[in-house]
Every structure is written in C-alpha cells, then in structure tokens.
Design a protein around this ligand. Structure first.
Ligand SMILES: Nc1ncnc2c1ncn2[C@@H]1O[C@H](COP(=O)(O)OP(=O)(O)O)[C@@H](O)[C@H]1O
Ligand SMILES: [Mg+2]
Length: 163
C-alpha cells in the first residue's frame, strides 16, 4: 500500500492516524472509536505511569505494540522493555512489532541492518546508535530483566506481584 506524504505526516503527528494506517496495512477493519480513544490516551497520558483497562480483544496489546513502533519511528534512540504475562505473549508482541516495521513501506529504514542485533525478542531498529541496551526487548515475566534499562516500560497483562 502506498501512503501519501500527507498521510505519513499526519501519522507522525497523531498516533491514532498511525493506528489507522497499521490496521489498514494488515487488513483489519478501521480502528473502532474505543481503539482511537485508547490511542489518544497513549499519546497524551495524564501521568507518566498509566494503566489501560479494557475487555479482552479490545486491542490493548496491538495498540501498545503499534505505540512502540510509533515512538521508535520518531525517536530512534529510545529503549523499550515489554514484560508480558507469559513467554508466548512476549513472542507475539515482538512478532507484531516486527511485522508492523516490515509491512509499512515508510518504516523500511527501521528494519535492522545486517550486523545489528536482531533476535526474535531482542532487537535493534535501523538507525540506532550502538548501545548496551537493545531498542526493543520483549520478555515473559519469568524472563531475565535485571540489568535491563529502558525509557519506556510496558507491562502487558496481569503482572500481579503478591508479596
Ligand atoms: N477494528 C478491529 N476489528 C476487528 N478486529 C480487530 C480490530 N482491531 C483489532 N482486531 C483484532 O483484535 C485482536 C486484538 O487483540 P489484542 O491486542 O491481543 O487484545 P487485548 O490485548 O486487548 O486482549 C487482534 O487479534 C486483532 O487482529
Ligand atoms: Mg493483551
């Protein structure tokens, strides 16, 4: 799919417009009003720590993965850690993030170059300055997170800690 300069500029400015393009590119119907609402909440959070609650399948995980790509698109040096409720979820989130990057033609410079870190769940994006921390690290709750630094931390689903 070819997107106009206007579409791309709008998507850079408004996360909901980016979501619109992602959904269209992967053959989903248009984002629903709730999804647009969540997108706007993610772009303009009322605090530096937020929680999104919504029914299963509303696309909390999908939207958050799209948000990861959108933030990295605008700032290539960001480091993002996604901790998911299980290893499978961590895999699915990483896969979806990569799929978005590979699918949108105007994100082609975000595809990791040969020689860059590019494993399934831990990868860099194109254009990043070499660093100890990867651009994206997506792990399950029992995975290794000690020593990981990140600018944005995403906890995907039911990460309750009982003390
Ligand atoms: N507008 C839409 N219409 C129909 N299906 C959608 C739409 N947006 C997302 N989906 C589908 O809904 C699912 C959302 O899943 P997910 O992000 O895991 O939800 P949650 O994390 O909120 O439980 C995905 O399978 C996606 O393909
Ligand atoms: Mg989810």
């Amino acid at each position: 799919m070819i997107w106009s300069e206007d579409d791309i500029e709008k998507a850079r400015e408004h996360f909901w417009a980016f979501v619109y393009i992602v959904w269209k590119s992967i053959d989903l119907p248009q984002p629903t009003p709730i999804q647009i609402d969540i997108a706007n909440y993610l772009q303009k959070p009322p605090a530096d720590r937020i929680i999104i609650e919504g029914f299963r399948g509303v696309a909390k995980s999908f939207l958050t993965c799209a948000y990861v790509v959108w933030r990295l698109w605008k700032d290539r040096q960001l480091k993002i850690l996604i901790v998911s409720a299980s290893g499978d979820r961590a895999d699915a989130n990483a896969r979806f993030i990569k799929r978005i990057i590979q699918t949108l033609p105007f994100l082609s410079d975000m595809i990791a170059d040969k020689g860059q870190l590019d494993t399934q769940n831990i990868f860099d994006v194109g254009g990043v300055v070499p660093d100890i921390s990867p651009s994206v690290k997506s792990i399950g709750i029992t995975g290794q997170i000690t020593g990981t630094r990140a600018d944005i931390l995403i906890a995907d689903d039911k990460l309750l800690c009982r003390l």
